[in-house]
Design a protein around this ligand. Sequence first.
Ligand code: KPL
Length: 320
Amino acid sequence: MPDALIYGAGAIGSFMGYLLSEGTPDGGMVDDVGLLGRERHIKKIKESGLEVVLPDGAKSIRFRHCFSSLDEFSSSSFRPELVVVCIKTYSLPALCRELAASGLLDGRLSNAVFVLLMNGMGNRDAFAPLSLPAPRLLEGITAMGVKFAGEGRVELKGKGRTAIEARLDEGMQKHLQQRLAEKGFKVDFPADYAVQQWNKLFVNAVINPITALTGEENGAILSPLLQGTARQIVREAVAVAIREGISADEAGILELVNSVAGKTAANTSSMLQDVLKGRMTEIDSINGYVVRLAGRHGLVAPVNEAMVALVKSMGQRKAQ
Ligand code: KPL
């Protein structure tokens, strides 16, 4: 069974760390998954474990391999064969520079497979400077609603689909499926991954900026007051997707967006979590991506453009 490193143990990353770890009794020590994340979060996990709050109660999971920097990982003995990258899209260029400078890609990580399990589009392109061979670089999506509930603690707020490109090695696929199934979760490897990735983009293009702007949880999207805006965002994004060769229809996509908003109704979207922490958001690789592609195809996407401008204007102008 391959050992895995979660590169970016925030809300989703930490939760993935729990899902990928070998089932251990509450309080047991995980050896096969390492977490690399922000210093204070990792410090708390080292001290008292990762607390994962699930609908049926909380679990505390201790990880043997916890790192708050790549240097710390480099000087450890942990040798992951799988690296699941869960950082923010805008941090990818810095991560690539850091990895290239570390020499790890010629050493400890020379055979590791990288799965970019992140929001937004264009993530593979951002990883291009590392020239990883295709079988070692894959993209994934997850519509899991996970809230960062304080250092060392994450809360599952809604189950959503997780999918990774079908090109992933069969052995790894089975491993991931097994690990997630042990915890009552699923991961798919769909042949039409590009369509699924666009579906995730539609979902994020509606839920993330609207919740970031209103300060509401995901379920707010279902309010009749906001459905018109949701429909407009979807309409513009679907027009772009069709030009990109993706088949999508407005009514079906709005239904999908609403169903994810319903399933994750109690979640604080990742963009709202970012705004609340005064951090930069992923708006450029979500609605910004739609706007850029619209321009390339001679289309306009004014509502998506407004989302970009408004989110960027929210108390984080310095960060953007
Ligand atoms: O991906 C998400 C996010 O918050 O970024 C959703 C699916 C909308 C869950 O909150």
